[in-house]
Every structure is written in C-alpha cells, then in structure tokens.
Ligand binder design. Structure first.
Ligand code: PLP
Length: 465
C-alpha cells in the first residue's frame, strides 16, 4: 500500500510541496528552507513519516482524531456510502438517510434540549452559520437590533471571515480587515497569565462579570449572544476557574442572551464526558461541533440548537446553507465514529480510567524546573513554560520563543506537542493506553530538559520585567 505515499524520495516531495502547496498558519518561505515533515501513515496514536520515523501524536492531529488512526470500520462506512449515494443535497425539500440518522443520534447524545442540527463541513462554517442564525432568530422575534455577539480575547472559533471575527486572535484580525461589525470581545479567564495576586475563584468571577458590564455598555436590547469555548483550545488549553461558568450562565439567563458553546474541540469525549457542557454544567442554546464528530476522518461540522431556537427558526426560511451541508459520506463516517465511541465505551473509559492516570502523570511535570503549572481536563492539558516558577513570570524574549524551541525538541524526541506562545498543549487520541501515556510524559520530560539547556545556553532564561 506504500506506493501512493512513498513513491518519491522525501527531498523531492518536499521540493514539490514548497513549489506548489501553500500551508495554513505558516510562513511558507521558512518552511521551504527547512522542508516539510511528510506524514505517510498512522495507526492508533502513532504517526509514521516518509523517513520511517514513528512519532507519538499527542495532539490527535489538530485535536480531532479522538478515536485514533487506522480504524477500518470508518473507511468501510465511507466506501459503502459512496457506492450507494455519494452525494445529494438537503436543500430542495429532500433528505437522505445518513443526515437523518446522524441528526437523530446527535439529539440523543447532546445534553438538554439540543435536538436539532444544521450541518456544515467545518467548525468555521458552523460558527458562520451561528452568526447569521442568532441574528435571524432575534429578527424573527421582532428584535432586529439585537445583533451584537460578545466573544473573548484569545478565543478561537475558526478562520473564515465570520468565525475569525468571533475569535479574539489579534494577528488574525490584522489580516483582511477583521472583525466584522457588531462583535465585541471581553477578557479571557486566564488566571495563570493574567490573574496577578487574586485567587483563581475571585479572578474567574471578575472575568465572567465583564460579560454583564459589556451588556450594560452595549445595551441589553442590542446583544444577541455570547460565544465561548468551555475550555479555550488554540488559546493554550485555558481551563477557567470554577467560578467562571456558573456566573456566565447566570448572566446569560438574566439578560436572555443566547449562549453558544463552541465545543469543536471539547465535544465527543475530550474532557471525559461526551460534551464539556456536561463537565462544567453549562446549558447552551447552541453548540458548535466539528473535529471529533468524525474523528477527523471526514470534514464535517454543525450547529446543534435547542428546541426553543429551532421553534423560531423553523417558522422562517433561513436563507443559508452549504453545498455539503449534511454530506452523506461525511455523515456516514461520523455515525460510524459515534457508534464506536459509544459501543466500545471509548468516551466512558477515557473519563473513568485514562483521564485520572493522565492527570497524575501530567501534573508530575510541574516538578520540572521549566514548568510553572500543569493543568488538564479529561484528555486536554497544557503546561506553562517559565523562567521563574515562583512569580509565574513570562520570558523576556518574545512570546513563543521558548515554546517553539520546546516544540522542536518534542519532534526530536518523537513526540508531537503543540505550542501556543510559551504554553505547550496536548490532546491525544482518547484511545491512548497507560503505557503510551508513560511514553508521552517521558518524552515530554526529555524535551523539557533539552529546551531548558538550550534556553540557558542562549541566555534566554530571563524573566520579563
Ligand atoms: C478548530 C476550531 C474551530 C474551527 O474549525 P475548522 O474545522 O478548523 O473550521 C472552531 N472552534 C474551535 C473551538 C476550534 O478549535
């Protein structure tokens, strides 16, 4: 089976990649200089590159391969569906079995009265749907002026114009004239980085109350919705203090603001429950899903909305949709993924057995001189690199300098960990075994040692003043 992917020497593949392939979130000239690492196959939690190196993928691709790589059942589900009905749309008073079955399964799995799914092919598209959906919802109720969406700095909701506007990533806003109008950003509940002398609980409450202040400033009659990730993923796996979500929920309820939980990463077992809304007792009106929905085997996302929201939206024509909304092959793959996550008790085991073991191992990294904190929820965790543990100091060097060195050291030790600034993040497939967790943490420790040495040798172990 290697003839498709290994038909050329690595250097030739890299040259063609550099000549013709524009990579996302990459300075392509720098990449061309180095040459891309070319991944040729994968099984379980292990990637193989074109040189035959085996790498432990502690990121589950981009937070999505919850079931692990190499499950034939998903390939077979795709093939069966392609042969039977490879494509049909769901626009013109038509439907098909995979979309019906998947939306029914999602209604069963999603908490509360989230019973209705509008499909997309990605998380970005689903959040674009949400922007138009919440504004249309209020317009249908006779309140068209209720269209401001409140979101958070350092949140991530996707890369399209709409979803990147909801996101609070400054470098993304700087390119292409974002954000779109009527999106407002409040501060994030990042205690370690921004909490100063306050207790996490005090700080969490304070950051949640910024939502109430923003509603007062903007005007209750103008705010449509609040969107947030239960745990910020791309922002660095920021787990909010325990006081945060209850206060957010109180405020959304009090002012009748629609609450959108972006569960693109946290959904489908990542925090040890099917959804982080269960982990944090959040009652969203709308939930964004993608990534783990198909374990990344096919591109699919969606917005699951409550009975109340659906009741309003169902009475009008929502002039919105994607050619591939509810794509039959993607739906069939997602269904098979959910069947396995459910029947093989992958989510249950991740929560009850794997997560406690991972937590204990992960938290042991705080013994390393470079690690200021280690936090984890279910199977998504992060560590903060610091030149001074006692003061939780940031580095004097640009944010991301130490993180980048650490990521390169991880690669050198056959481990994929990602860095966000100077936080290292992990989010392994949920099927990771205890011995693979041991390997992950051993390699992380070695990478931290090497990072520490390099930072010391290069005079970078200096705290920002
Ligand atoms: C990845 C991500 C998205 C965007 O999903 P895409 O499939 O990349 O468009 C949206 N929200 C969150 C929280 C994400 O992590």
């Amino acid at each position: 089976m290697n003839m498709i992917t290994n038909h050329m020497p690595t250097a030739e593949l890299q040259a063609l990649d550099a000549a013709h392939h524009m990579h996302p979130f990459t300075t392509n000239n720098e990449l061309a200089e180095k040459g891309a690492r070319i991944i040729t196959r994968a099984k379980g939690v292990t990637l193989t590159d074109s040189e035959g190196n085996e790498i432990l993928d502690a990121m589950a691709g981009l937070w999505c391969v919850n079931l692990g790589y190499g499950r034939d059942e998903l390939a077979e589900a795709a093939m069966r569906q392609m042969k039977e009905l490879p494509y049909y749309n769901t626009f013109f008073m038509t439907s098909h079995v995979p979309a019906i079955a998947l939306s029914t399964k999602l209604a069963e799995l999603a908490p509360g009265n989230l019973n209705h799914t509008f499909f997309a092919s990605s998380g970005s598209e689903a959040n674009d749907t949400n922007i138009r959906l919440v504004r249309t919802y209020w317009a249908e109720l006779g309140k068209p002026e209720k269209k401001v969406i409140i979101a958070r700095k350092n949140g991530y909701h996707g890369s399209s114009v709409g979803s990147a506007s909801l996101g609070g990533m400054k470098p993304m806003h700087a390119q292409g004239g974002l954000p779109i109008p009527d999106v407002h950003h409040i501060d994030q509940p990042y205690w370690y980085g921004e909490g100063g002398d306050k207790s996490p609980e005090e700080f969490g409450l304070e950051r949640a109350q910024q939502l109430e202040q923003a509603i007062h400033e903007i005007g209750e009659d103008r705010v449509a919705a609040f969107i947030a990730e239960p745990i910020q993923g791309a922002g660095g796996v920021i787990i909010p203090p325990s006081t945060y979500w209850p206060e957010i929920q109180r405020i959304c309820d009090k002012y009748e603001i629609l609450l959108i939980a972006d569960e693109v990463i946290t959904g489908f077992g990542r925090t040890g429950n099917w959804f982080a809304s269960q982990t944090f007792d959040i009652k969203p009106d709308i939930m964004t899903i993608a990534k783990g929905l198909s374990s990344g085997y096919a591109p699919i996302g969606g917005s699951i909305v409550s009975d109340e929201v659906a009741k309003v939206m169902d009475a009008c024509e929502f002039v919105h949709g994607y050619t591939y909304s509810g794509h039959p092959v993607a739906c069939a793959v997602a269904l098979e993924n959910l069947r396995i996550l459910d029947e093989e008790k992958v989510v249950e085991r991740a929560g009850a057995e794997t997560a406690p073991y991972m937590r204990q191992k992960w938290e042991s990294l705080t013994d390393h001189p470079l690690v200021g904190e280690a936090t984890i929820s279910g199977l998504m965790g992060s560590i903060a690199l610091t030149p001074d543990k006692a003061s939780r100091a940031a580095f004097a060097a640009d944010s991301g300098t130490a993180g980048y060195i650490c990521r390169e050291s991880c690669f050198a030790n056959s481990l994929v960990m990602r860095h966000t600034g100077d936080r290292m993040v992990v989010s392994p497939p949920l099927v990771i075994t205890k011995s693979e967790i041991d390997t992950l943490v051993d390699r992380a420790w070695k990478a931290l040692d090497q990072t520490h040495k390099r930072l010391t040798d290069e005079g970078l172990m200096k705290a920002a003043s």
